[in-house]
Design a protein around this ligand. Structure first.
Ligand SMILES: [Fe+2]
Length: 240
């Protein structure tokens, strides 16, 4: 996903100031003036992030599965987010656009954003050898009593989503300063102030092609291919 640059932040601040200045005019007019269609927030220019590994070389996750997941589910969300952003801009240009319809667009914006981000964290942490290490291993060992205890709880959290959908997320919670395995029912369901370190996709599209309903085997395969250097780098960035 695109990162907001300092220049864009300054531009956003200027837009906010414009909104304040227009506070005395009609609400609809102020809303229209505050959201130009070309603004980065509504540009719809997100590009898919390429896989950083060869999908033919994972262990226990087929090239067909990974490629289908990346092309269809992940890229579908990127395309969907781009469409929604342009629809939001169009809706803001219409002072009579119904709030209930705007709510639908905003819900889908949140849904697609969650899907894009969680999938990028998911794919970026694959391609490793599954061997844990680094500061994150020490932290999990300390926080959960042992690394094995953390892994047991992570796997149990993942399996609690099997047969349904959602994400199992190891997060560093910036507010509480703690590590937790979180249960997320969908792309919009995640811990407040949580920095994701591991995101395990438990939607059936992520494993059914290879494992049918045998979700535990998929969790095994995910752990086997996890790149702990990536996870450790995320942890160090989160606590910095
Ligand atoms: Fe997925």
């Amino acid at each position: 996903m695109a990162i907001i640059t300092r220049r864009q932040a300054i531009g956003s601040a200027a837009l906010s100031a414009t909104g304040i200045a227009l506070a005395g005019t009609s609400t609809a007019a102020a809303a229209q003036a505050a959201v130009p269609a070309a603004a980065p927030a509504f540009a719809g220019k997100h590009n898919p992030k390429p896989l950083r590994f060869d999908p033919a070389k994972l262990t226990g996750l087929s090239e067909r599965l990974i490629t289908s997941h990346w092309q269809n589910n992940y890229q579908g969300s990127v395309r969907g987010l781009n469409i929604i952003e342009t629809r939001l801009a169009a809706a803001m240009a219409d002072p009579d656009f119904p709030p209930v319809a705007y709510a639908g667009l905003k819900r889908e914006e949140l849904h697609r954003t969650g899907s894009v981000v969680l999938h990028e964290y998911y794919f970026d942490a694959l391609g490793g050898d599954g061997k844990s290490g680094g500061s994150i291993k020490e932290a999990l060992d300390s926080w959960f009593g042992s690394f094995a205890a953390w892994e047991a709880e992570f796997r149990r959290t993942a399996m609690s989503l099997a047969g349904g959908s959602g994400w199992c997320i190891l997060s560093y919670n910036r507010y509480t300063g703690s590590l937790h395995n979180y249960w997320a029912a969908d792309h919009m369901h995640s811990p407040v102030t949580g920095a994701p370190l591991i995101t395990l996709d438990m939607y059936e599209h992520s494993f059914h092609m290879d494992y049918g309903s045998a979700a535990a085997k998929y969790v095994d395969a995910f752990m086997t291919n996890l790149d702990w250097e990536v996870v450790d780098a995320r942890y160090l960035a989160a606590i910095a």
